[in-house]
Design a protein around this ligand. Structure first.
Ligand SMILES: [Cu+2]
Length: 120
């Protein structure tokens, strides 16, 4: 077998392995949030959450409202989770809130997103 042919076969095997493995490495997506993105909620939510279709290590999670950054009872940890939730230390006053998060997906990709909600 020529060196060229051997190398070609190796690349072919690698391509097949990558194709088979890719579902395991699939890009994690944000599947949902609480409150829902864009929601207008009656009364202060007791928790704010984001969840994913694959494991994610949340590295940053920030809620901002009318008075700036909201103090939360949970901080991002080292655990890989498919749901991250945090409780505001004090009741959220009426107003608009923005939630920003960053995370490291299991496939090694850095992810970030944000969502909004309004407390009436
Ligand atoms: Cu990815």
């Amino acid at each position: 077998m020529s060196g060229y042919l051997r190398q070609t076969i190796h690349w072919g095997v690698l391509a097949v392995l990558l194709a088979l493995a890719s579902p395991l490495w699939a890009h994690a997506q944000q599947e949902g949030t609480y409150p829902e993105d864009g929601a207008s909620v009656e009364g202060a939510p007791e928790q704010i959450a984001v969840w994913f279709d694959h494991g994610m290590r949340i590295t940053f999670f920030e809620v901002r409202g009318p008075r700036g950054v909201v103090e939360l009872s949970e901080r991002p940890g080292r655990d890989v989770v498919d749901r991250f939730e945090a409780r505001p230390v004090t009741t959220l006053e009426p107003g608009e809130y923005t939630v920003k998060w960053r995370g490291l997906a299991e496939d090694g990709h850095s992810m970030f997103d944000e969502f909004y909600f309004t407390v009436r």
